[in-house]
Design a protein around this ligand. Structure first.
Ligand code: XMP
Length: 169
């Protein structure tokens, strides 16, 4: 496997993002909502660097496999969310690819009436987005390759790697 982003690069960038987030939110409490399962490493490393008061929630979006539904449609899986009404919510995902998942989740979270809603992604694949969504915080822009590690999986493997690698490289 070829290492695309080393563990050291990830840790440095996460620290930079955390510093920006702390500055942007000042002392306001933040509710971080991680998208399962890929955001877990990013979430764990990021929240430990935040000095602002933090609450944590988790949410899952999966492709709807019902026969009556159009392909690509998503459904919200089990939600482990604190009350988001009136809270400053930061939605966290591992990777922005076509943008469908995050756009869907953004609309879902908006309906829960947060005081504000921002989006942070560790990775953004270049040239892939079909849904217009501008993340407020982005770790790295990467080429259109399938990546694993640091939360990202192939058949539920490789999530525990401390780096981001290219499987087919
Ligand atoms: P969309 O297209 O909705 O996709 O932005 C976001 C979700 O697709 C998965 N994804 C990947 N997973 N390596 C992975 O392990 C990749 O290169 C990759 N590209 C997309 C991921 O679950 C993400 O949340």
């Amino acid at each position: 496997m070829k290492v695309l982003i080393s563990s050291e690069e990830i840790q440095q960038r996460v620290a930079e993002l955390a510093a920006r987030i702390v500055g942007d939110y000042a002392e306001e409490p933040i509710t971080i909502v991680g998208v399962l399962t890929g955001s877990l490493m990013f979430l764990a490393d990021l929240v430990r660097r935040l000095e602002s008061p933090v609450r944590i929630g988790l949410i899952q979006a999966s492709s709807y496999r019902g026969t009556a539904t159009e392909p690509g449609q998503l459904e919200i899986g089990p939600e482990l969310l604190p009350d988001l009404r009136g809270r400053h919510v930061l939605l966290l995902d591992d990777i922005l690819d076509t943008g469908q998942t995050l756009s869907y989740l953004v609309e879902h979270v908006k309906r829960l009436e947060p005081a504000s809603l921002k989006v942070a992604v560790l990775l953004r694949k270049m040239g892939r987005q079909i849904t217009p969504l501008q993340p407020d915080y982005c770790g790295f822009e990467i080429p259109d390759r399938f990546v694993v590690g640091y939360g990202l999986d192939f058949n539920d493997q490789y999530r525990n790697l401390p780096f981001v690698g290219v499987l087919d490289g």
